[in-house]
Design a protein around this ligand. Structure first.
Ligand code: ZN
Length: 480
């Protein structure tokens, strides 16, 4: 039976409201509805037993029973319909959030239940979670030996780490931006930070008040990593143990369960060697191996972020991948997002390969495109039809469209313009302009007919909606 109920992150110590006192000889009954919690494979006999947490005092061996189930198909049909509705809603939320992102910078997707302030916090925690995830992706059993020993045990080989942990963080990195957050849901106890439904394809993380208001910044970041690890599509972890000390103990026993324990994944990432860029300025972090896991107490250190660049704007060339990929967590399909939302060379589908060098004029890095994006429009018409051009562009079209257009193009460009911008750069600017971007189809036409860069420039400057960018155009010159 596949579990499709809740997996929560809870405090190591339960809240007072979560205990029940049963007098000697007394009994306690509670009715459970299992049809939502478990996926039934058909009618028949099922065994129900309990899997306790690592530090549980429950004698689970006696807590087992067999039940005969009929009509499971009814529950499965209902569950499927519920999932379909949820996916549809999630896709709509993601679409809406991407639209808003242009105005807001970094973004997270939430279902409308988070206040602006909670959404701001979630952005900060998510960015820091991404940093931590990226850091442990680079860890090996030898390069991060203390970290690995602390959370997975000294018997962990590199092969085991790669297979059971690192590969899961690779998936987490690629899926973190698909998350939908829901704030202050109804099903939170006083000791619940957050919960998810591991089989939930909408990848919704329900953030309880405890996580949203927790005084230690790191714990909220850890909560996100913990919850992400639960999803079947990421690491399918369980809650075998809660809390740093319990997880640490599990690892010191070289318990196999460490590599499928959500809190272990969370603390492993949390104690990796990267600061919290978004933590309050006076924030101090718990130092390795873990909080209260050593003999001493108060093991806290400074959160030194000096030298750490912003996630979307690397300060140094060495931080930019030399082999372009699509690893950016914040891409917007169809638009080049580097460097505003992605590090150079991490939005390959939309930006193509990017190289950069110091701008001789101001010493800052500037970008030069070397390859057309792989998803450049491929529906370009085979012939050019002036009648399809927006009316605001029409006046500049007839005289500039012939193939000998370059002869009049230079008159549009200032004589003192820098020479670094290529025709391709110009076209990308055109395509990515928030307003001109609507004319992607038209831009694609430039690929297929004998139109020059001069034509592109005159169309661009001739467009009413683009005129605000004429100052930018003035810095460009054309290299056909
Ligand atoms: Zn959990």
């Amino acid at each position: 039976m596949k579990f499709r109920g809740k997996d929560a992150k809870r405090t190591a110590v339960l809240g007072a409201d979560e205990f029940m006192t049963i007098a000697a000889g007394a009994e306690s009954r509670k009715e459970l509805v299992l049809s939502f919690e478990y996926q039934f494979s058909g009618d028949g006999t099922y065994t129900i037993s309990l899997q306790p947490h690592a530090d549980s005092a429950l004698h689970q061996a006696e807590a087992s029973m067999k039940v005969e189930l009929l009509n499971t198909i009814i529950h499965e049909t209902e569950a499927k319909a519920f999932v379909g509705t949820k996916i549809k809603a999630a896709n709509e939320l993601r679409r809406a959030a991407k639209k808003n992102r242009r105005a807001q910078g970094a973004y997270i997707v939430h279902d409308g239940t988070c206040t602006d302030s909670e959404a701001d916090d979630l952005i900060k925690w998510t960015e820091d979670a991404i940093d931590k995830i990226e850091t442990v992706r680079a860890c090996t059993a030898s390069s991060c030996s203390e970290l690995v020993d602390t959370w997975f045990g000294s018997a962990t080989t590199q092969e085991k780490l790669q297979e059971s942990v690192t590969s899961k963080f690779d998936i987490m990195a690629s899926k973190v931006s698909d998350t939908i957050y829901s704030c202050n849901p109804a099903n939170c106890s006083s000791s619940t930070y957050a919960y998810v439904y591991p089989s939930d394809i909408s990848q919704t993380i329900y953030m309880c008040d405890l996580a949203l208001t927790y005084p230690d910044y790191a714990e909220s970041v850890q909560t996100i990593i913990h919850e992400l690890s639960h999803f079947d599509t990421i690491a399918a972890t369980n809650d075998n143990a809660y809390g740093e000390q319990t997880c640490h103990n599990l690892a010191q026993q070289n318990n196999e369960n460490t590599t499928n324990t959500a809190d272990t994944f969370g603390y492993y990432a949390l104690y990796s060697n990267t600061c919290f860029r978004n933590a309050p300025s006076s924030y101090t972090v718990a130092v390795p191996p873990c909080k209260d896991c050593s003999a001493g107490t108060g093991n806290r250190g400074p959160n030194d972020c000096s030298g750490v660049s912003n996630i979307v704007a690397p300060a140094h060339e060495s931080q930019i991948p030399t082999i372009p990929d699509d690893s950016c967590a914040w891409p917007n399909d169809g638009i080049c997002d580097a460097p505003q939302y992605c590090v150079y060379n991490t939005d390959y589908s939309d930006c193509g390969a990017q190289v950069w060098h110091d701008d001789p004029n101001n010493g800052e890095m500037m970008e030069v495109h070397t390859q057309t994006p792989t998803n450049a429009p491929n529906n370009a018409p085979t012939s050019f039809e002036p009648s399809s051009m927006p009316s605001s562009l029409a006046s500049s079209e007839p005289s500039s469209m012939p193939s000998d257009a370059p002869t009049n193009a230079p008159t549009n460009a200032p004589t003192n313009a820098p020479q670094q911008t290529t025709c391709r750069d110009l076209k990308i600017v055109y395509q990515n302009h928030s307003c001109c971007g609507l004319n992607t189809t038209k831009a694609a036409m430039f690929d297929t007919i004998n139109v020059t860069c001069g034509d592109i420039l005159s169309s661009y400057t001739g467009s009413e909606c683009c005129e605000a960018d004429e100052a930018k155009n003035a810095t460009m010159s054309i290299q056909n």
